[in-house]
Write a protein that binds this ligand. Sequence first.
Ligand code: SAM
Ligand code: SF4
Length: 324
Amino acid sequence: MSQLIDPFARPITYLRVSVTDRCDLRCVYCMAEDMTFLPKPEILTLEELDRLCGAFIDSGVRKLRITGGEPLVRRHVLSLFASLGARLGHGLDELTLTTNGTQLARHAEALARAGVRRVNVSLDTLNPERFTRLTRWGRIAQVLTGIFAARDAGLAVKINAVALRGENEDEIDDLVAWCGRHGFDLCLIETMPMGDIGPARADQYLPLSLVRARLGRRWTLDESGYRTGGPARYVTVRETGRRLGFITPMTHNFCEDCNRVRLTVTGTLYMCLGQDDSADLRTPLRRGEDLHAAIAEAISRKPKGHDFIVGRSAVTRHMSVTGG
Ligand code: SAM
Ligand code: SF4
């Protein structure tokens, strides 16, 4: 098996796969309310997605994260988890999921059976009204039921929360405490300028350096060398024993040891979350051409890093295209 290495000597071992651009929520920082979604012929079938992922695994990818849009709203998506799960131990080390949690109660057991061991669930607030406002129409009870179903199915749950100025910044302490009580790790994310979403993005941006300094007044944050292969940097909250991660694309560039590329549901490969350059893998896939060569050519163009700047859209696509 060959190992993909990019021009900056970084091994590419992690693929994030968006299996749908659709979602049952409309988080204010992620999507406009009236999003237009892709027409069906553009979208890869689950079988095509499985074949593409297989080619990446054969090229040295060891970790897959299924994301979206909302991955669990795609019909029959559990069949993809089952077929990818069968590759665990055969080149693939880890199969994970990022979800908004609304459909998790139905699927948690089947995900665990497919070999998923960890899920990331997005939850920016514990306040029901605020949750509905931030997601435009979501109900928090449905998500909480999903989170506890995942835990009961034996999945390790990590909560992802985007830190939003004037929205949930007064609640981060409560999120740390709540996660500690229930045995979940927590990861805080800075808003990234992706796609046109309506309200002024600069208004939402809250630097995590500030959040961390504020948290330090109530919690003892012990440095931790823990890594999951993703961009988060972790501390351990001494009082709860749980990990707290910070994803800080804006205040601290995380590109130097980037091991990731992102595949969209149309078979477009983005070599960097914060750049527009991409490679079309759907054409070689549907023509039966050599996928390994197409993937290797794309990786040879992986850029050094992103160009995010607060308040300006660095890329025109929304986060729901590549799934973060
Ligand atoms: N629907 C799933 C979910 O919400 O977890 C998966 C896809 S969602 C695009 C993946 C992650 O990206 C979520 O944790 C979400 O909060 C985050 N996200 C979306 N838009 C973002 C933005 N502009 N900046 C930072 N994070 C964003
Ligand atoms: Fe949907 Fe996830 Fe985007 Fe929210 S963050 S609108 S749940 S894709």
